[in-house]
Write a protein that binds this ligand. Structure first.
Ligand code: COI
Length: 353
């Protein structure tokens, strides 16, 4: 057992890496050798630790199980051709987990705990960042209430953790169709839609299962009156109508996606007209009917950029054309080139580990 800066480190005896087949892995099924954690109790954050990846022991009455006091983040690390490891805009994820924690009455994670934990864990598990375009290490920071006792009040004890899983494409096969929701809602004003509260995702599963039964992979969530388009499944969503790119503003209901804002910056740099404004269902369906809806794509850390091949609304379905010069292809290439350190990072987004 050794101490590095203020992190207590216990290393694995034998890495699992060699025994793992990393071809064609299903998203989130394999985890790297180590995990990072830091407990909050007695009103303060305790000494952070890195240990071999292992199950946790929690009291069955821990409040996370009963009241869902939990939030998470998604980030990725990439390896370049020199074997250097890079992370993309990590401060954005730190800020957002603090935003989510605050809204769910949990303590904010100190920046040095988040950043030192991330950096040390990635240095220790750097072989898990598999080289090659399309490979990355998905990083999952999360915080949850560990205090035992089922009284419905914010806990006094929490655990912040970081775990890592080597990944390839989130949606395999590339044919993603979405159904516009005309009944279920994901978020409401004054609620937690803009946070990465764990429960936001649980609430999506049932409506998504129903969409799956109709042949759609995801749902495009709409506002409470079902007039405006908001997010697509676990992603922010962009619509290309004519040559304009339109996306909904982030607000109390819509997640302030890191990929979303990076795509807006890249599109503007390319001279594409980007409108950040409410997008009505009527406008998009009209555009689909008149062949002006050129592209729809989702953006997110896990998914990167996913072109949508068809949109369903009520009983109708609209297939989208496969464009030669799709914005989604061009913007994805530019984003990945920055993330894999193949192109100049003029925005200062990446950090070397
Ligand atoms: C991400 O894109 O990182 C997300 O948080 C989506 C996740 C539910 C897979």
């Amino acid at each position: 057992m050794t101490m590095t800066t203020d992190i207590k480190i216990t290393k694995i005896n034998q890495s699992k890496f060699e025994g793992i087949n990393l071809d064609n892995i299903t998203f989130g099924t394999v985890y790297s050798d180590h995990m990072f954690f830091c407990d909050f109790k007695d009103g303060k954050w305790q000494q952070p630790e890195i240990t071999p990846y292992q199950p946790l022991q929690l009291d069955p009455s821990a409040r996370v199980f009963h009241y869902g006091q939990a939030a998470f983040e998604g980030m990725k690390a990439y390896k370049d051709t020199n074997n250097d490891v890079w992370v993309f805009r990590p401060e954005e994820n730190w800020k957002r987990i603090c935003f989510s924690a605050k809204r769910l009455a949990m303590p904010e994670v100190p920046k040095e705990v988040f950043m030192n934990g991330l950096k040390t864990l990635l240095q220790m598990d750097s072989q898990w960042v598999v080289p090659g375009k399309g490979n990355s290490l998905y990083i999952r920071p999360f915080i949850f209430a560990t205090q035992a006792g089922v009284s419905a009040a914010p806990a006094t004890e929490y655990k912040f953790m970081i775990i890592c899983t080597p990944v390839q494409a989130y949606y395999k096969g590339g044919d993603v169709k979405v159904k516009i929701s005309d009944h279920y809602s994901r978020a409401a004003n004054g609620g937690v839609g803009a946070t990465k509260a764990a429960g936001n995702y649980a609430a999506q599963f049932y409506p998504t299962q129903k969409a799956n039964e109709e042949g759609y992979q995801q749902i495009i969530w709409t506002n409470s009156t079902h007039e405006y388009l908001e997010e697509a499944g676990t992603m922010n969503v962009f619509f290309r109508i004519g040559d304009k790119l339109i996306t909904a503003p982030t607000d109390e209901r819509i997640l302030n996606g890191v990929t979303r804002k990076s795509i807006i910056a890249l599109a503007e740099k390319e001279g594409i007209q980007v409108e950040v404004r409410k997008v009505s269902v009527t406008e998009v369906i009209e555009a689909a009917k008149t062949s002006n809806l050129k592209e729809v794509f989702g953006t997110g850390t896990a998914a990167v950029i996913v072109p949508i091949t068809g949109v369903g609304y009520k009983d109708d379905h609209y297939d989208l054309p496969k464009l030669e010069n799709a914005y989604s292809t061009m913007l994805k290439e530019q984003l990945l080139a920055i993330q894999y350190n193949e192109a100049e990072d003029i925005f200062g987004w990446t950090q070397k580990i």
